[in-house]
Design a protein around this ligand. Structure first.
Ligand code: DQA
Length: 140
């Protein structure tokens, strides 16, 4: 059975409460329950942390053993060389997801340290971006 890990970074634990006009009004846990049945042949894992080091540790822990990583690093997307290096280090292919269309927002959100280390990026399609990223990784 394939294994894919979804990693959410800082402030994404507040989905559903946080700026709902931008990020919607569903919690990620609620969305995850609708996502799992779409992939009965997949072991779907989920990790969220507000701490950069914890995100790094999780990538190191699973990144040589699983089939793919879907990563929304939140604001660390725009700041973290360390997360980019971690994605380079491991063997699992990664897809970067953003719920909002970062390119229609502030200029500081237009640059991602992670994009060069990922197979591709999905931005602005809401939570559906996670499902599309999984479909891509499943087909690899
Ligand atoms: C985000 C976009 C980032 O710029 C922001 O810092 C987030 C969420 C998104 O999913 O749209 O926390 O990654």
């Amino acid at each position: 059975m394939k294994q894919i890990l979804i990693i959410n970074g800082p402030n994404l634990n507040l989905l559903g409460k946080r700026e709902p006009t931008i990020y919607g009004n569903r919690s990620f846990e609620e969305y995850l329950e609708t996502l799992k049945p779409l992939f009965p042949d997949l072991q779907l894992r989920y990790f969220q942390s507000n701490h950069e080091g914890a995100l790094l540790d999780k990538i190191h822990e699973v990144g040589f053993n699983i089939d793919g990583i879907v990563i929304n690093a939140g604001a660390y997307t725009h700041t973290s060389v360390a997360l980019a290096d971690a994605l380079s280090a491991v063997t699992a292919p990664a897809v970067e997801v953003h719920i909002s269309n970062v390119h229609s927002r502030e200029a500081f959100r237009h640059h991602s340290y992670l994009t060069p280390k990922c197979k591709g990026v999905i931005a602005g399609l809401g939570l559906q971006g996670y499902e599309l990223a999984i479909r891509y990784l499943m087909a690899l």
